[in-house]
Design a protein around this ligand. Structure first.
Ligand code: ZN
Length: 127
């Protein structure tokens, strides 16, 4: 299940960036929300990703964080017929030109997997 490796990388990236940031002595209480950008050609099952993350984030500051994803449509240029546009990709083994069926494509969008930002709550924030 490749969702688990994506979930692990999200968790590690967030924990690392929090550890490496100068928080001016403030202590992070928890991460409450994580905003992601996911391209359709990553074929990530978002429900599975959320579930995997929930499991591995347990007892870290990311426990219980809400995950929100913005999905990016696949956008391709066909090297064979020149078609340029969106692609309805059903699975990772069926990525071909919708006009001519060629497998020789340049992918211009849809492979994104980015953590856009995370919302962090600090200890004693309202003091
Ligand atoms: Zn084509």
């Amino acid at each position: 299940m490749h969702e688990l490796s994506y979930a692990t990388s999200i968790l590690n990236t967030i924990l690392d960036s929090i550890n490496n940031q100068d928080l001016e002595g403030k202590k992070v209480k928890r991460v409450s929300k994580i905003n992601l950008e996911i391209g359709e050609l990553t074929f990530i099952n978002f429900e599975q990703l959320k579930f995997a993350f929930e499991v591995i984030a347990e007892s870290t500051i990311c426990e219980g964080a809400e995950m929100v994803a913005e999905f990016v449509k696949a956008h391709i240029v066909c090297n064979n017929c020149g078609y340029e546009g969106d692609l309805e990709a059903k699975d990772e083994f069926d990525v071909s030109c919708p006009r001519c069926g060629s497998l020789s494509l340049r992918i211009k969008g849809g492979k994104e997997f980015n953590i856009k930002n995370a919302v962090v709550e600090f200890e004693d924030e309202d003091k």
